[in-house]
Design a protein around this ligand. Sequence first.
Ligand code: FES
Ligand code: MG
Length: 578
Amino acid sequence: MTNTHKKKPQDLRSNRWFGPDDLRSFGHRSRAKQMGYWSEEFVGKPVIGIVNTWNDLNTCHSHFPERIKDIKRGITAAGGFPVELPALSLGEQLMKPSAMMYRNLLAMEVEETLRSYPIDGAVVMGGCDKTTPGVLMGAASMNIPTIYVPAGPMLRGNWRGKTLGSGTDVWKYWDERRIGNVSDETWSGIEDGIARSPGTCMTMGTAATLMSIAEALGMCLPGASCIPAVDSNHNRMCYASGARAVEMVWEDLKPTDILTAEAFDNAIAVDMAIGGSTNAIIHLIALARRVGVPLDLEHFDRIAAGIPLLACIQPSGEYLMEDFYYAGGLPALMAQLQSRLHLNVMTVNGSTLNDNIKDAEVWRPEVIRSLDNPVQEAGGTAVLRGTLAPGGAIIKPTAADPRLLKHSGPALVFESIADLKARIDDDDLDVTADTVLVMKNGGPVGGPGMPEWGMLPIPKKLLEQGVRDLVRISDSRMSGTSYGACILHVSPEAAVGGPLALVQTGDIIEVDVSARRLDLMVDPAELERRRSAWKAPTPRHTHGYASLYRAHVTQADQGCDFDFMNGAPGSTPEPDIY
Ligand code: FES
Ligand code: MG
């Protein structure tokens, strides 16, 4: 034991279960022995819970059962006792209406599982979109020593020798297919080649963004976030993370020691420099609120505004996460960005960010650019406000047609996703390249769960005319792999009576991204008249989890967490053991 050790075996949380000479502890020890363990294996050792967000339908975490072995190997070698704790797996592709609806459920499951069992520290595994914020939010609220293990991206897609990127290339080829430019054979070839290994989407979608953000916050080992899922370095990272979790218990290095206001500023800066997913803003606000760090849309926009795009990764650039790893990965990118970062913050490996990145080099400068040669000068996410979004809305200007960043046009309104699906490809749809598409009732309450419906499709009629982008407005989110002049997260949402609910076809909407404005150009008296006639849509979900979710979810500008998750970390008492 070194002098950085604050804890002794008798101080361990698990010692409350296993240590005392009483009837209850006899039961706890005898039942551990029921599983074939010796007392020496678990009594007085850090018990490390490995939170495994695996299941057979989470297509991106299919390597987790193998990686568990590596994590356990590391924990045992470092003198800990590994236990696997399966948790709700949020598979972005197959879970409906949206994995987002279940992020808060995963967070609660992680927190309560760690609390109710004899656990001293945790390794939390995540990667596919909402799993990362889910496990981090749960770990933050529980606040015992925790290290995050990222799933890592899948290999680059390949089709006839051509590289394919998750999501981004699908949207592009799908638009061409809708107007007859892609054959059945080509389409099925793309289907075979676009996802060809375990791991997350390998564009800078939500998964890669959130894994990078977890590293920028200091919650995983340096360099861990972009190791391809099938690279042997990923196995070794898992081993090292398990071993480190044991040390973190002795050092009593907790999430609140790492998740400081400075760490969140670093995460926002990195999010901009990587061209991160628009979803990041929601998850960062939710996580910050869990640890009592004040973070709102304006603060996000202030930090974001000065940060250029350095990572040339799809959808904002041309390369993929595998290239990013070979280029030096996140440590190399953060080294380029260091003049904009707080370098003195603590990270899970017990070193400061400065120590972790000071020697990092860029091996492929076309993939990770420098501050004096960025991919784009302006960062990736801008916050808009105005009469249409008094609580805020966001846009990713780097992924939009520049002609639409200052725009005024008539609204074409769809009341719901079903209404949109039914009418968008009508030949007689009254739409031009200046039309502003508006979709209602896809927000946190309206979805429910704020699905990724916000990249509203371009009407077929306009695709045929060669139009590839339009201003599109909704209270939904969009996939991190999406692109276009999509204004998202409009708050308050339509289903709770935000101004979005009052928009009618033909109303003029004005967007001015550089002025950060989004306005509905309708006379206030007319809006009042519409408001008094407005009725909330009848909810389809009145049972079980969806009804709990609808009753307690906060709006996008507050992170879509539950309104009752507002206690400080550690404010829930430790369980009684009698
Ligand atoms: Fe799992 Fe994209 S579907 S990361
Ligand atoms: Mg996604």
